[in-house]
Design a protein around this ligand. Structure first.
Ligand code: SF4
Length: 90
């Protein structure tokens, strides 16, 4: 299973929410911008191995599951390129 890291740049995010419809882990935050909640995916049980942290105004989340394709679609759909996805190993 690939391990991958999602970075969501809060300063770039414009609250357009194209990401939400591609990957349900992207949710609206209290500030009206997107954030990542591993438990928000109704068809996938979060394993507890996920990590989501705020780092210099970025949401950085690490996952080890088979939802990389969904995340890539969310990143591709973001009109302002606020989402970056990188594989970080097995
Ligand atoms: S699609 Fe991009 S701009 Fe829109 S909410 Fe998601 S991260 Fe933010």
């Amino acid at each position: 299973m690939p391990k991958y890291e999602i970075t969501l740049e809060k300063a770039t995010c414009d609250g357009i929410f194209a990401c939400l419809t591609r990957d349900p882990r992207f949710v609206e935050d209290d500030d009206g911008l997107a954030t990542i909640d591993p438990d928000a995916d109704p068809v996938y049980d979060a394993t507890g191995e996920e990590s989501v942290r705020l780092e210099d105004g970025r949401i950085v989340a690490t996952f080890d599951d088979d939802r990389l394709a969904e995340t890539r679609q969310a990143a591709k759909a973001c009109p302002v390129n606020a989402i970056d996805v990188q594989e970080v190993g097995e």
